[in-house]
Ligand binder design. Structure first.
Ligand code: GLN
Length: 304
């Protein structure tokens, strides 16, 4: 299949809607991003690569980082994970507090904010230098040793992230955060601030398209079983409370971030990444979702 021609076609198709959606301005450092940015890449497990738009421009990966930390927590073989975090879609906003009280401080899944805080707490307990461990991991899988935190974004979120802190303290009151809340959340804000391009992302997450083995290096990152499980969680929980609509329209395990990025996996075949900063009500890239829907329509690449 000629992926370059398909991406060119999609780029053309989405032109009338580029710029739609609302940039995530609740993080002040993200408010100034140009909503007209667009990029899309396809990277196959057998080494084909295609791109359109600003595919090498770095943006804030935000919640896409939750795939990184979940992979690392699973790789730590921490037996406590699934007694501390659920595996069900939340049906509520990614930063909702209500459910946490009803469910005794056990977040519904590792991809909503509260769940990601618990996962980061596990990373914190298992690594002496958790921030560096996260950077080392993402640099390794993306083959790009220049990837770094965007400190302006991390500090902006630390200054304004009262809701995240509230969740952290609330879970701590149930005993579900084991380390100091401010320190765990500092790691969380840094992981969210990581700046990567679509090219970097579609290289990094190829292991999820290849049974846990990174095809670029021939290295096993996680077992096939765990790779399948992460894909299952992405399909059911990766797109917040519009996960059902997204599965209906796109039908691929995916994870979004409020920076406007989405990573999608075609198991056994490829990793697709799209970036467009304008978000829908549920916090997913609006144009990005449409671009993925078009990709699936043109290629028939869906898991169903
Ligand atoms: N850093 C963001 C937050 O905690 C991540 C949310 C997201 O990308 N959905 O609010």
């Amino acid at each position: 299949m000629n992926y370059q021609a398909i991406l060119n076609q999609i780029h053309n198709d989405i032109k009338p809607i580029v710029g739609q959606g609302k940039v995530a301005d609740y993080i002040p450092a993200l408010a100034g991003i140009d909503p007209k940015k667009f990029a899309m890449t396809v990277h196959t497990v057998d080494g084909q690569y295609a791109s359109v738009g600003d595919a090498e421009e770095k943006f804030s990966i935000q919640s896409i980082s939750k795939i990184i930390t979940l992979t690392m927590a699973i790789a730590c073989a921490d037996q406590t994970i699934w007694s501390r975090v659920g595996r069900e879609p939340s049906g509520s906003k990614f930063n909702s507090l209500i459910q946490l009280e009803l469910e005794q401080g056990i977040p519904r899944n590792p991809f909503i904010n509260a769940g990601a805080h618990v996962i980061t707490d596990i990373i914190y307990s298992n690594h002496s230098y958790p921030k560096q461990a996260i950077l080392d991991f993402i640099r390794y899988v993306s083959l790009n040793h220049e990837i770094d935190f965007d400190l302006a974004v991390a500090h902006s979120e630390r200054e304004t992230g009262n809701r995240n802190l509230a969740m952290g303290y609330f879970m701590k009151s149930f005993g579900n955060i084991h380390n100091k809340v401010r320190e765990v959340l500092d790691v969380y804000f840094h992981q969210c601030s990581i700046a990567m391009s679509c090219k970097d992302l579609s290289t990094a997450f190829l292991y999820l398209a290849n049974n846990g083995v990174l095809p670029t290096l021939g290295k096993t990152i996680i077992s096939k079983k765990d790779s399948d499980r992460i894909n299952a969680l992405m399909l059911t929980c990766g797109m917040y409370d519009s996960v059902g609509d997204f599965a209906y329209r796109v039908g691929l395990p995916s994870k979004s971030g409020v920076g406007g990025g989405i990573v999608s996996i075609v198991p056994g075949e490829m990793c697709i990444t799209v970036w467009s900063p304008g978000l829908s009500e549920s916090g997913n890239s609006l144009v990005g979702t449409r671009a993925l829907e078009l990709f699936v329509n043109y290629t028939g690449k869906t898991i169903f």
